[in-house]
Unconditional design. Structure first.
Length: 199
């Protein structure tokens, strides 16, 4: 089986880091992105099948530049993993409009920015997969998590729409919810206090 080229956002920790490791261990090539790519290099070191890039997914320009750099170096992207995310927990009246916009910019608009940048090359090749990660929060809810869960529902509906539109093409779009896993957000992320920030 031919090796694949993965493009992974939020690769400095959590699922992004684990997916990067798994893909490299499988002999695939990875474009691992984060706002601070040095954290990725610190974990994996220099590797001829690893390209680390700076990417703030809220910037459409940075998304285009990162995808262009990946295509220039490896010629294709077989799997795009939209993993970067931002947590936000707090009662509706405690969360500020700025905090809500900041979370939405990462969780929803960030996914759109990177997908828009990568899709043209996948369409041209008639090949590729887009994997959007989110939590089980798109299906269930808990007190204090309303704003984050709203983002999960947006992402899920967007993905379903795109998947149906591309089901006759050879590139595919997938949405995977993480459910309950042994994963801990580093630090506290509550409205008006310490907010977990994505990498």
């Amino acid at each position: 089986m031919a090796s694949k080229v993965w493009f992974i956002t939020g690769a400095s920790k959590g699922f992004g880091m684990e997916l990067t490791k798994a893909a490299l261990d499988a002999g695939d090539t990875v474009v691992a992105t984060a706002r601070n790519p040095k954290t990725i290099e610190g974990t994996f070191g220099k590797h001829d099948r690893l390209l680390t890039l700076k990417l703030d997914v809220t910037s459409e320009q940075q998304a285009r530049e990162a995808v262009d750099a990946a295509l220039k170096q490896f010629g294709q992207i077989d799997v795009l993993v939209n993993n970067a995310g931002r947590g936000l927990v707090g009662a509706v009246e405690e969360v500020t409009a700025e905090e809500v916009r900041a979370a939405f910019a990462v969780n929803v608009e960030g996914t759109l920015n990177v997908s828009r940048a990568a899709l043209p090359s996948m369409r041209a090749r008639k090949s590729g997969h887009i994997l959007n990660l989110s939590s089980v929060g798109g299906f269930v809810s808990w007190p204090g998590w309303g704003h984050l869960l709203r983002d999960q529902v947006h992402g899920r509906r967007l993905q379903r729409s795109h998947a149906r539109r591309t089901q006759t093409a050879r590139h595919q779009s997938h949405h995977r919810r993480t459910g309950t896993v042994p994963y801990r957000f580093p630090g506290c992320f509550v409205a008006g206090a310490h907010q977990e920030r994505y990498q």
